[in-house]
Ligand binder design. Structure first.
Ligand code: UD1
Ligand code: CA
Length: 464
């Protein structure tokens, strides 16, 4: 039988204490809801309907490029009321209706399929997914009848002290036959919360003598609901652990893996080494045998095989060719490119600049809008002054050149191949190929000055 999936995601998520709708809180850089949509699509759903409410526009925008239909639940009167909001969108759909929540992001496509299969096998009615928890606090409890059949679900707030002892709980994932639309309007809100509870359908289906099946989930972690920040962190931890394991199985070496954070968009090759505290995000790709030093933060960057980032470096939109080295304490900003064997050392910032093969900029340098030719040495403290207060200008440095320490290259400017710039120069004119440029105050040595200074100081003392 075909199935549709309805994802309930209209609630604010009050306990998150946030302006951001709960389902948009990111897990490894992606909104929680995106995981649920992905599972629904992978389960083979013909249609995916998302019920939005709180922050509807934000939620729609965040998921604009996913193939879902949005429906709005203007007032959040409870989960049964939320499902009713999807009725019209599915009025022409005759298959099973699977329902899950936007705040259960670890649910797998397989589990959704299993539930749809169970509904079909029992010949309609409804099926719900339950789980057993040591600490069932906050969840709806499954109450069974004398025959051991599911009789009803009772929410935490409405449960008697005995019912609160029940460890079998509702996961909030269900499969219904299309008759659900006639049952739904019969749900009442006569409970402590004054809400229309979707789990009340269990009792209604039972009264109508319809089959009510229950699957008990094998993997509990799949059904962790996110209602608080602590649960959000817990779920993220589960996702991270899975991701790390996957990469380690693919040949990546992680030291203290539990300290490493990476997003699912990142790609790593075999023999990559990640030291403790590394953070890798966005479209980052790391080639075979590359090494990333402790506490480095790398976003949207590419490291070729054998490249190395030393500890405490920050990279964004950067590219390192084979054998290039950055850090410790390097800062590579968007458009920074290090060719084969180029080296950028501590406290060097590179933005929108290409450093040719074997270029060295070892210490305390800023290179912005620059191109540096093969084998050139950039001394400590060299700065490209690329900004005149209004516009950015380029600096070209040829190959095999030598830029003396603490020089400022005032752009636009061009340093020829093999040219030398004397330390401490302020260069605002082009330097021809092979020339030496000195642009600083000339040094003057005043003989005997120190002695004279001492004598003067003594005279002052006597007078006082
Ligand atoms: C719900 C179940 C509970 C189950 C638990 C599993 C109800 C009444 N209770 O409780 O039995 O054990 O899930 O995690 O269903 N939502 C709407 N509109 C509303 C209310 C809620 O769209 O009017 C959405 C929320 O955004 C959320 C989902 O429905 O994504 C679940 O709502 P939530 O308030 O988190 O229910 P729980 O208290 O967790
Ligand atoms: Ca919940």
């Amino acid at each position: 039988m075909k199935h549709a999936v309805v994802i309930l995601a209209a609630g604010k998520g009050t306990r998150m204490k946030s302006h951001l709708p709960k389902v948009l809180h990111p897990l490894l850089g992606r909104p929680m809801l995106a995981y649920v949509v992905e599972a629904a699509a992978k389960s083979g759903a013909e249609r995916v309907v998302v019920v939005v409410g709180y922050g509807a526009e934000m939620v729609k925008t965040a998921l604009a490029d996913t193939p879902v239909t949005f429906v709005e639940q203007k007032e959040q009167l409870g989960t049964a009321h939320a499902l009713l909001a999807a009725k019209e969108a599915l009025s022409d759909f005759s298959g099973a209706v699977l329902v899950t929540s936007g705040d259960t992001p670890l649910l797998s496509a397989e589990t959704l399929k299993r539930l749809a299969g169970a509904l079909e096998a029992q010949g309609g009615g409804m099926a719900l997914l339950a789980l057993k928890l040591e600490d069932p606090f906050g969840y709806g409890r499954v109450v069974r009848d004398a025959q051991g059949q599911v009789a009803r679900i009772v929410e935490e707030k409405d449960a008697s002290p005995e019912e609160r002892q029940i460890q079998e709980v509702n996961s909030g994932v269900y499969a219904f036959d299309p008759e659900v639309w006639t049952f739904l309007p019969r749900v009442k809100n006569d409970n402590r919360a004054g809400e229309y509870y979707l789990p009340d359908l269990v009792a209604l289906y039972r009264e109508a003598q319809k089959p009510v099946g229950m699957l008990v989930a094998e993997d509990k972690s799949e059904l962790l609901g996110v209602n608080t920040r602590a649960q959000l962190a817990e779920v993220e931890g589960v996702l991270l652990a899975r991701l790390r394991r996957q990469w380690m199985e693919a040949g990546v070496r992680m030291h203290l893996p539990e300290t490493i954070y990476l997003e699912p968009t990142v790609e790593l090759a075999p023999d990559v080494v990640l030291e403790p505290g590394v953070i890798l995000t966005g479209q980052t790709r790391v080639g075979e045998g590359a090494r990333i030093g402790a506490y480095s933060v790398i976003r949207d960057s590419e490291l070729a095989p054998g490249a190395e980032v030393r500890p405490h470096s920050v990279l964004e939109g950067a590219r390192l060719a084979e054998g290039a080295v950055a850090g410790p304490f390097a800062r590579l900003r968007p458009g920074a490119e290090l060719a084969k064997g180029a080296f950028v050392g501590n406290f060097v910032e590179v933005k929108k600049s290409r450093l040719g093969p074997g270029v060295k900029a070892g210490h305390l340098t800023y290179l912005g809008d620059a191109e540096v030719g093969t084998g050139t040495n950039v001394g400590a403290g060299v700065i490209t002054a690329n900004y005149d207060g209004e516009n950015k200008h380029p600096t070209y440095i040829g190959k095999g050149a030598f830029i003396g320490s603490n020089s400022v290259l005032i752009a636009p400017v061009r340093i020829g191949d093999g040219a030398f710039v004397a330390g401490g120069s302020a260069i605002n004119q082009d330097v021809p190929e092979g020339a030496l440029a000195i642009a600083r105050g000339r040094q003057r040595n005043i003989e005997g000055w120190a002695k004279r200074k001492k004598r003067y100081a003594k005279e002052q003392e006597v007078e006082e």
